[in-house]
Design a protein around this ligand. Structure first.
Ligand code: NDP
Length: 455
């Protein structure tokens, strides 16, 4: 790992941000013979597969630990530990956060003063976890209140879990999104009593079709996790020892908590290009890029060899009429990184970056879903397999069920959600969502899971 002091003065390709996307830029750059790549990462370790942190990293036994999940094992490639970068001519500087970028001078400055000039720039700064303090909620920074984004965060959480197991008491997870759902599973597997408090009417409301939410709720409850729906946290309260002792809810009640994990969303790290590149929305969104992932100047014109990849990029999604989206997901981080490295090597794999939205999750060992495509406004969900799945969920087991998402505007299938699919069935779900066939709700209802399998 290169210390900031060992940085070369110039990079042909400078990657700012050392997260998962950076590892995939490096992999594709090496594949395409693109030299002079320098990566500046903030964390003390080289890129790793971040999804492990809220899943296998939290297992009580056989837990994932570095170096076991450095990129690119999750993408089916060679594991890239620090020596891999050296051996392949890539400079990866860890603990080297960038404090400023000057696009006119084509220069970035690492915190502490070192500057590096660049030919091309790839912004791979990702997103940061929002904390309770971001919206100004009191007590968000009390000892015992955690967020989860980095290995350091996960280690701090696990140390606190060990303390809690010794002292007794339960955990409160704030938020019913990805972190909420996965961390609740991890803490529960650790034997910690867990309550999840979230404002929505069902868990993972933004991605799991509402008709399916009750099955997951039954599953969580069968595993002993308490779900508090319609509950908004308004702050954390300290105990006599100064550590967090409870979470205050919107109705004024206080939930007792020996440990709190806030999974209340993420925000793109786009500030380094403030005033130099176009951002989505009023100062809070990602970096707007064109269909080749090139950043745009404030006037909307593409910037010369300045790209954004992964969570920070707000890109036009061709399958949805070029609506500008950010995809906070590992698959987009991998594929956008690979696209840009190939484009910089003069070998773009396609005239534009094409992406099929994809999300997945895995909890409690055997509960595992995929969602391909989109759920456009007014989408009609046609579920299948619900009755047997409800019976299995009540016993704490997952079984195959899912839903087709129909776009009423086009009469086409827009997305497929599938729990407990085989690799072949998951692939069929992907292919269906990519093909977007004309579909009819009655036909889908009658065919159930058979429609997917026949595709
Ligand atoms: P999400 O955006 O998925 O979910 C945030 C949740 O917090 C929502 O349920 C939201 O409710 C709720 N919330 C916000 N404020 C409060 C509050 N004051 N009290 C109670 N609940 C509140 O973000 P996460 O933090 O779960 O995940 C962050 C990112 O991590 C994701 O975007 C994703 O990139 C990544 N991730 C992805 C995983 C995967 O793909 N499997 C796994 C883990 C992380 P509401 O909807 O009403 O606003």
């Amino acid at each position: 790992m290169a210390a900031a002091a060992a940085l070369p003065p110039h990079a042909e390709v400078l990657v700012v941000g050392g997260g998962l996307a950076a590892g995939y830029v490096a992999r594709a750059a090496v594949e395409h013979g693109l030299g002079g790549v320098v990566i500046l990462g903030e964390e003390p370790v080289v890129s790793y597969e971040r999804p492990a942190l809220s899943k296998a990293y939290l297992f009580p036994e056989g837990a994932a630990r570095l170096p076991g999940f450095h990129t690119c094992v999750g993408g089916g490639g060679e594991r890239q530990e620090a020596p891999w970068y050296r051996e392949h001519g890539v400079t990866f500087a860890t603990s080297a956060p960038v404090e400023s970028i000057d696009l006119a001078r084509r220069e970035a400055r690492v915190k502490g003063g070192r500057a590096i000039t660049f030919g091309a720039l790839v912004v791979a700064t990702g997103a940061r976890a929002l904390t309770l303090s971001d919206p100004g909620l009191p007590g968000g920074d009390l000892p015992g209140v955690h967020s989860l984004r980095s290995v350091g965060d996960a280690d701090a959480l696990l140390a606190d879990v060990a303390r809690l197991k010794g002292a007794g008491g339960g955990a409160v997870v704030i938020g019913g999104g990805y972190i909420g759902a996965e961390v609740a599973s991890g803490l529960s597997l650790q034997g910690v009593p867990v309550t999840v408090a979230f404002p929505d009417a069902s868990l993972l409301a933004r991605v799991v079709p509402r008709e399916l939410g009750a099955i997951y709720e039954a599953l969580y409850e069968a595993k002993g996790v308490r779900l508090l729906k319609g509950a908004t946290a308004t702050g954390c309260v300290p105990g006599p020892d100064g550590r967090v002792a409870g979470v205050r809810l919107g109705d004024g009640s206080v939930l007792e908590a020996g440990l709190v994990v806030a999974g209340v969303g993420a925000r793109p790290n786009a500030e380094l290009l403030d005033g130099q590149a176009k951002r989505e929305g009023p100062g809070r969104g990602g970096l707007v890029v064109d269909s080749s992932l090139r950043c745009l100047g404030p006037d909307g014109a593409p910037l010369d060899r300045v790209y954004a990849v992964g969570d920070v990029a707000a890109f036009p999604l061709s399958s949805q009429g070029d609506v500008i989206v950010r995809q906070e997901h590992v698959t987009h981080a991998r594929s956008s990184a690979a696209y840009v490295a190939a484009a910089l090597a003069g070998k773009p794999p396609a005239p534009r970056y094409e992406y099929l939205p994809f999300f997945y999750s895995r909890v409690f060992g055997g509960v595992s879903w995929v969602f391909y495509g989109a759920s456009p406004p007014g989408a009609v969900a046609v579920p299948f397999g619900l009755a047997p799945a409800a019976a299995a969920a009540a016993e704490g087991r997952a079984s195959k069920f899912g839903a087709y998402l129909l776009d009423p505007a086009s009469g086409r299938l827009a997305g497929v959600f599938l729990e407990s699919g085989s690799p072949e069935e998951n692939e069929a779900a992907r292919a269906l969502a990519a093909a977007r066939p004309a579909a009819d709700a009655e036909e889908l209802r009658a065919a159930g899971a058979g429609y997917l399998l026949a595709a």
